[in-house]
Design a protein. Structure first.
Length: 229
């Protein structure tokens, strides 16, 4: 992968044989710029990815450890700043024994974040991703102004999900945009020991969440859905 452009290569006063490595690097640099700008996915310049960004619709039809990511387009500022995409559903199995060994195993009642795995993207050496380029863990992302997204290091966060008491994915429904709803509410305060005394309750939501739909039943709170970034 070219990481610089060599000015004045070739030049009339230079020996062409000596300039060939620099010329080759220049073409590689230009290719990387094109990939970043238009999502160039093959050696044919007319074959490009869909215009981005396009958020995936995420599907979890059963309470297990699998997530399906429908086709999507994202800007990823990792080792390479580029547009990445996939044109068919990616089926991802969570956990270290699943699709990506770097993933964290699901525990009971945990928020897990789904990331674009920068190291896997580098290994794949293509901006057209497969399911090995996804990774899950419990580390919440932080916002990066320079990267224009939620990141954990060089990995971009693209989704979050919650595990139930059996360490399976709590079944969710995603509308393809900002809204995610859960089949069963997440209880943040049990009814036992309730009184009329005011009590602070921490609402369970992803680290990047800006809105949550809370249901107040008696004196406890349930989170039934959240708005993604």
């Amino acid at each position: 992968m070219a990481d610089q452009f060599n000015d004045n290569k070739p030049a009339l006063t230079n020996t062409i044989a000596a300039d060939i490595p620099a010329i080759e690097e220049n073409f590689g640099w230009i290719q990387q710029v094109l990939k970043m700008l238009i999502g160039w996915k093959t050696g044919t310049i007319g074959s490009v990815s869909p215009p981005g960004p396009q958020r995936s619709k995420f599907i979890n039809s059963t309470a297990d450890t699998h997530i399906t990511a429908e086709p999507g387009v994202y800007f990823h500022d990792g080792t390479v700043r580029q547009t990445v995409f996939w044109d068919a559903d990616l089926v991802f199995e969570c956990g270290s024994g699943g699709t990506n060994a770097l993933s964290e195993d699901l525990g009971a009642s945990e928020w897990h974040y789904l990331y674009l795995d920068d190291s896997a993207i580098v290994t794949l050496d293509s901006n057209e991703l497969d399911n090995t380029c996804l990774v899950n863990n419990t580390t919440a992302p932080t916002w990066s102004d320079s990267k224009h997204g939620w990141y954990n290091g060089s990995d971009r966060c693209i989704f979050a999900f919650y595990s139930d008491g059996d360490s399976d994915i709590l079944k969710f429904h995603h509308d393809g945009g900002d809204l995610v709803t859960f089949e069963a509410p997440v209880e943040n305060r049990a009814t036992g020991g309730l009184s009329t005394t005011e009590e602070d309750v921490t609402v369970s939501a992803p680290g990047f969440c800006r809105k949550a739909l809370c249901i107040f039943v008696a004196y406890y709170v349930e989170v039934s859905s959240f708005l993604q970034w």
